[in-house]
Design a protein around this ligand. Structure first.
Ligand code: DC
Length: 237
């Protein structure tokens, strides 16, 4: 719709609950930018892993904090997939960051205050002009507390594990391992000291356990239209 005010849409929720799928689809429908904030945490984790600053048994927080100045994260447009893909110091790492090694380490790195400060400030810069859909764990609570529209997406743990398992499509990884990783990340993400995953009071909850992607999108777009209608009547100051 031309001349329509471009708002900020924050989508939070547990791991593999379909946040990114929803965020991508909304952004595509509205002509907004889609930013997967988890990819930024994964990118820093990949850097730390490659530089031996984190592994399964240890984490060197001091060195990670000192390294942050050497880490540059950007998004580049992939014209084949029409998606923004994450780069780490100029290298496209979109695929590498999705493997189970990084998935198993990312919550530890994402719990470091300085890591969060760096990424939150970059995320706020990317979204300063609105017209953005960003998904993550602290988008509605910390990154864009004034977002006009906030969703909190949930789904049953078993449904999430199964979806993630199919998405990974890796014969060397069992459904049990995927489920274990999800449960551990859920726990770490929602109990950490620094901006844990929370459902803000003003977020709309979407449980998509029994919804198709299309049904989920239609529901979210209905809320978007209501939001735009409301904003037209009661503009934000
Ligand atoms: O969305 P994801 O599963 O790709 O996110 C990877 C990890 O990054 C997740 O376990 C928690 C962390 N994360 C975070 O702490 N804050 C965000 N805004 C996004 C992700």
């Amino acid at each position: 719709m031309p001349n329509q005010k471009k708002i900020t849409i924050a989508i939070d929720g547990f791991s593999s609950c379909g946040k990114s799928t929803l965020a991508k689809a909304i952004a595509h429908d509205l002509g907004y930018i889609f930013i997967d904030s988890g990819a930024m945490y994964r990118a820093i984790t990949l850097y730390c892993y490659k530089n031996k600053l984190v592994d399964e048994n240890s984490i060197d927080e001091e060195k990670i904090i000192a390294s942050l100045k050497d880490i540059s994260i950007h998004f580049e447009f992939n014209s084949t997939t029409s998606k923004l893909e994450v780069t780490l110091n100029g290298e496209n790492i979109e695929k590498e960051i999705r493997n189970l090694t990084i998935s198993n380490l990312v919550s530890k790195v994402a719990a470091i205050k300085e890591v969060r400060q760096k990424l939150v400030s970059e995320q706020q810069k990317i979204g300063e002009n609105g017209g953005i859909v960003m998904d993550g764990r602290d988008i509605g609570s910390v990154v864009f507390p004034n977002a006009e529209l906030k969703f909190f997406v949930t789904a049953d743990t078993e449904v999430r594990a199964h979806r993630r398992f199919l998405e990974l499509n890796d014969a060397s990884i069992s459904l049990k391992e995927v489920a274990k990783n999800l449960k551990e990340r859920d726990f770490l993400d929602s109990t950490r000291k620094e901006s844990p995953l929370i459902q803000t009071d003003d977020a709309i909850v979407i449980d998509n356990s029994e919804l198709t992607q299309e049904e989920q999108l239609l529901l979210a777009l209905k809320y978007y239209k209501d939001c735009i209608h409301y904003l037209a009547q009661f503009p934000k100051k």
